[in-house]
Ligand binder design. Structure first.
Ligand SMILES: NC(=O)C1=CN([C@@H]2O[C@H](COP(=O)(O)OP(=O)(O)OC[C@H]3O[C@@H](n4cnc5c(N)ncnc54)[C@H](O)[C@@H]3O)[C@@H](O)[C@H]2O)C=CC1
Ligand SMILES: O=C(CO)COP(=O)(O)O
Length: 393
């Protein structure tokens, strides 16, 4: 990338996190000399009703006139250089930096349009999506960043930004950290991309190389957070939740070591690892919805709930508690369960499997503690993996 080329940034997605990160990117783009001032943000168009009128209006128009995403991030002013664009082709026209931030189930249909319209040779990407794909042929998990790279072709490089970043808190400017994982070319380009996100002193972004470790942690911690909601519904308290978090990290590290190459042990200690796991188990949407799911089940454990009614219950809770925002942990849980089941590994991942059985197979919520009571120690697992990389087969 030569100095004469300015970064044209396009944010793909405008939900809770998409809008929150737009506050950082917008302010940074306005002051960084290597960025175009205007940042486009692709909006999945929908109609909203404002308190002052009962006539529905387009969300993109409201964002551009009020500089506020009244549906997904109410009460936060977006920088005026963030331009909401409902037409995807127009939004990503000639973009050199794509920021993918939408629930991953909506991504596949968009990628061919994006590929056809971005800058043909200079475009890179950073995914903020916390999810996983599943390849039913190889029975392997697939990183969303890899799905993006393949769909974009032409040597497109996609890194990730993962971290302990509950969107509302980031948007309010409360201090937190995040991890940018990826190698975008050379040190200078890596630093440029880091600066697009970093907003000192309240949003500290550190860069690492380990994309697989960072991204897998971001997806898998959502599963553990469902377990945290079950623990909260059972009223088990802080010590039990801490045990769940430790055992959850163990399953996460084991899964990473088994299914992804080159995951670094240190990644689990970055913001994208332990820190994100903690914040999601206390303040995230997955925890909140899982607590509600478990409370409803506990109120009537006699119901033998089957997969179909479990699915319906999760959907009802998502609609009622999240008002259009999307629950990602139940999707990741289903992907991970498919992999474990097809490889007969359920017993080796007792926590993930129990969270699945409670979520989708009618297992009583009270069984949660059985899966936390494991003798496994982290020290032993790391000792078995002799290098600083996790190598578990
Ligand atoms: N909200 C948070 O605190 C954080 C979220 N994340 C991750 O960021 C990603 C995006 O999440 P959020 O921005 O929170 O989204 P969200 O859950 O708040 O919003 C849902 C989004 O999906 C869009 N949508 C609905 N139907 C659609 C369709 N058919 N096609 C395309 N888009 C459609 C909506 O317009 C909305 O922008 C997820 O992977 C999430 O796990 C990561 C860190 C923090
Ligand atoms: O990823 C998050 C915080 O880093 C948000 O998690 P939830 O989707 O559970 O709210």
């Amino acid at each position: 990338m030569s100095d004469s080329i300015h970064e044209q940034i396009c944010i793909i997605g405008s939900g809770n996190w998409g809008s929150a990160i737009a506050t950082k990117i917008g302010r940074n783009a306005a002051k960084l000399p290597f960025c175009h001032d205007t940042v486009s943000m692709w909006v999945f168009e929908e109609e909203v009703t404002l308190p002052e009128s009962d006539k529905p209006v387009k969300l993109s128009e409201v964002i551009n006139s009020k500089h506020e995403n009244v549906k997904y991030l109410p009460g936060i002013t977006l920088p005026s250089n963030i331009r909401a664009v409902p037409d995807l082709k127009e939004a990503c026209q000639n973009a050199t930096l794509l920021v993918f931030v939408l629930p991953h189930q909506f991504l596949p249909n968009l990628l061919p349009i994006i590929r056809a319209n971005v800058h043909p040779t200079r475009c890179r990407g950073v995914s903020l999506i916390k999810g996983l794909d599943f390849d039913s042929k190889t029975k392997m998990p697939v990183l969303i960043s890899k799905t993006i790279e393949e769909a974009m072709g032409r040597g497109f490089v996609c890194g990730v930004l993962m971290g302990a970043n509950v969107a509302n808190e980031v948007a309010m400017g409360k201090m937190c950290e995040s991890t940018l994982a990826g190698n975008f070319g050379d040190d200078r380009i890596n630093e440029r991309i880091r600066q697009v996100f970093d907003e000192a002193p309240n949003f500290r972004v550190a860069r690492i190389d380990d994309v697989a470790g960072a991204e897998a942690c971001g997806a898998l911690k959502n599963i553990v957070a469902l377990g945290a909601g079950f623990v909260d519904a059972l009223g088990l308290g802080g010590n039990t939740k801490a045990a769940l978090i430790r055992v959850g990290l163990l399953d996460m590290a084991k899964f990473c070591g088994m299914f992804f190459e080159g995951v670094e042990q240190g990644t689990f200690l970055e913001s994208c690892g332990m820190a994100d796991l903690i914040t999601t188990c206390y303040g995230g949407r997955n925890r909140k919805c899982a607590e509600e799911f478990a409370k409803l089940r506990l109120a009537d454990e006699s119901i033998n709930i089957d997969q179909e009614s479990c699915n319906a219950l999760w959907t009802k809770i998502e609609t009622e508690l999240l008002h259009g925002q999307k629950l990602q942990g139940t999707l990741a849980l289903q992907e991970v369960h498919s992999i474990l089941e097809s490889r007969k590994l359920e017993e080796s991942f007792r926590l993930f499997s129990m969270i699945y059985n409670i979520s989708f197979k009618g297992e009583p919520v009270s069984s949660m503690t059985d899966a936390i009571q494991v003798k496994k120690s982290f020290t032993e697992m790391l000792r078995r993996s002799s290098s600083r990389r996790l190598e578990i087969s």
